[in-house]
Design a protein around this ligand. Structure first.
Ligand SMILES: Nc1ncnc2c1ncn2[C@@H]1O[C@H](COP(=O)(O)OP(=O)(O)OP(=O)(O)O)[C@@H](O)[C@H]1O
Ligand SMILES: [Mg+2]
Length: 563
């Protein structure tokens, strides 16, 4: 499966910006105009003092001031228009990037995903994209235009008095050099902070999902202590970041004051010498903060840049991850008969060295109903994972309709199958939405019928809004058995060729199970069904019972022999 991306993904956010330059041309042009339009202001100050004041020209002051106001107005208009344009394009770009992240999650293999913490992935999706956005916006809206602003002011000041300008401009590279030496430290601190934040959100999201469990066990203290530890680490890294920034900030303030002194003292000396007018000195005082802007920007934006870069790196790590499912097959044997064959399959979960299935061979006929039994951890669920290609076997071959999995179009195959698990996650939305998830185009009638078959209609109609009742993020308002019946309805609606029931009825009471079981039997006709269960009642109707023990088949019998 390919993971074609719509957004080019260079190594740095600066590269990202360059690759997106076309979409930002308009906004950046406006931002640059915003800065250039007020560049002549120090020069206007000089004209007012040296010409109008000297000549006692009141009208001149008014005229020059009007020009000034006109420029300010334009500056303001460009400023608003530019910021808005950049914000719009940025929102677009970020929606794309978030889409890309999520899309990637759909392609990554479970060997990789099993090792990721939900909170960390969430952090990449929600926070890191935000930080990248901040950094890019600052670069476009502040950094680039203001550097140009500073440059144009420098040109005007050089024209007014080159000696003082040169003295001033020489100071800037020195200040910048000192700044740059701080960078290594800032970068390191930022990385520490990001990692601490990911750990904190990871642990917190886990703790939040486990609130019920923790309270039931009365182990709040333990969890709080664990969370506190992560929280303290995060806080500590923030303090370090602040202290690095404070050292930076103070340095910035002190150096600005030093330069102001340089301008006043040097300028005053030049005025005494008669080589400079008071008006020019005033223009220098007005221009100084602007000339200094790049140095300040390196301080504040430098930090944001590194925060953004660090976040971008973390996003890219995910986007570049090579742990994608390697299913590139294209065959779609239509109609699927549902014949499943394991030939000497040995399998260990990625990053583990213990084989869960060893030399496993099993041939399931189309339309056959197989029951898998065995102790907990025997490898029953693993067998179903391999059928659906959620993991790849290291040895041997799994094939469906006599076609090895690697030649099949896996997405297509999964759409022909349905699974009901012991733990059933509901999506937020209505009950009908949840059933319909398996087949979005299904009619209300079909949804209702599926619910009926799953023996779920009975409790659904008693809910406040029937099929339109909203269920919580994880279906919190439903009992385990009710959730299971919804999942069964979902599976039935799909009308799958291969139906996998992994402890699908374990949470049901005897009567419900009997009803669901009957429905399943009726529906099982003509499909391949794999049932995993512990209860004898669940498996007695199976054509064959396969007993697993530590990844090996220890017994094959027909269910008749079982009875
Ligand atoms: N994602 C995973 N990563 C690593 N090891 C796993 C993973 N899932 C399962 N295992 C291991 O594989 C073995 C078989 O697990 P499996 O889920 O197939 O057992 P099972 O027969 O379905 O058990 P149960 O009846 O408890 O559901 C177990 O020892 C388990 O620890
Ligand atoms: Mg299992």
């Amino acid at each position: 499966m390919s993971t074609d991306s719509v957004i080019a993904q260079p190594r740095t956010i600066f590269g990202l910006l360059l690759s997106q330059r076309r979409r930002f041309t308009r906004g950046v042009t406006l931002a640059i105009l915003r800065c250039l339009i007020i560049a002549p202001c120090p020069w206007l100050f000089q004209i007012i003092i040296d010409q109008h004041v000297k000549n006692g020209d009141g009208l001149g002051i008014l005229a020059t001031s009007s020009v000034f106001i006109g420029l300010l107005f334009l500056h303001y208009s460009f400023s608003v228009a530019g910021a808005l344009t950049i914000a719009r394009e940025m929102a677009d770009l970020m929606t794309g990037l978030r889409g890309e992240i999520f899309n990637k999650l759909h392609f990554l293999n479970f060997g990789f995903l099993d090792r990721q913490k939900t909170g960390r992935l969430l952090s990449k999706y929600a926070f890191d994209t935000q930080k990248v956005e901040n950094a890019l916006t600052q670069m476009l809206n502040q950094f680039l235009p203001n550097i140009l602003y500073s440059l144009s002011i420098s040109i005007i000041l050089v024209a007014l008095n080159w000696q003082l300008s040169v003295a001033l401009l020489l100071m800037i590279p020195i200040l910048l050099y000192i700044r740059v030496t701080f960078y290594a430290q800032i970068r390191r601190t930022n990385k520490d902070t990001r990692i601490a934040q990911e750990r904190l959100t990871g642990t917190a999201s886990e703790a939040i999902s486990a609130l019920r469990l923790v309270r039931s066990l009365g182990e709040e203290k333990q969890v709080t202590a664990h969370l506190d530890e992560k929280s303290t680490a995060f806080a500590r890294s923030k303090v370090e970041l602040s202290s690095v920034n404070a050292i930076f900030g103070t340095f910035t303030y002190a150096s600005t004051q030093f330069l102001a002194l340089l301008v006043i003292a040097g300028g005053a000396w030049l005025v005494i010498q008669g080589t400079m007018t008071i008006g020019t000195l005033l223009a220098f005082m007005a221009g100084l903060p602007i000339i200094m802007m790049p140095v300040h920007l390196f301080a504040s934006l430098g930090e944001q840049y590194f925060v953004g870069q660090e976040s971008y790196r973390s996003i890219k790590e995910l986007l570049d991850s090579e742990y994608v499912e390697e299913w590139n097959g294209t065959q779609q044997p239509t109609p699927l008969r549902g014949e499943i064959q394991f030939d000497n399959v040995s399998f260990a979960y990625p990053e583990t060295d213990r084989f869960v299935l060893i030399n496993f061979s099993l041939h399931i006929q189309p339309g056959e109903h197989i029951a898998l039994v065995g102790h907990s951890g025997a490898g029953k669920s693993t067998v179903t994972h391999l059928i659906l290609g959620l993991y790849r076997a290291q040895e041997g071959c799994v094939s469906i309709d006599r076609i090895p999995l690697q030649d099949l179009d896996m997405k297509w195959l999964r759409k022909q199958s349905a699974v009901v698990l012991q733990e059933n996650l509901l999506l937020s939305g209505t009950i009908a939405d949840n059933i319909r998830f398996a087949r979005p185009e299904a009619t209300d009638e079909e949804v209702r019928f599926a619910a009926q078959m799953a023996n779920a209609e009975e409790f659904i109609v008693r809910m406040p809004d029937g099929f339109n009742t909203k269920v919580g993020e994880r279906g919190v308002m439903l009992s385990g058995g009710q959730r299971q019946r919804l999942s069964i309805a979902r599976a039935l609606l799909r009308d799958p060729r291969i139906l996998i029931l992994d402890e699908a009825t374990s949470a049901l009471d005897y009567e419900s199970e009997r009803l669901v079981q009957e429905a399943l039997e009726r529906l099982a006709v003509g499909r391949t069904v794999i049932t995993i269960a512990h209860r004898l009642s669940t498996i007695e109707k199976a054509d064959r019972v396969i007993a697993l023990d530590h990844g090996r088949i220890v017994e094959r019998r027909t269910s008749a022999a079982l009875a």
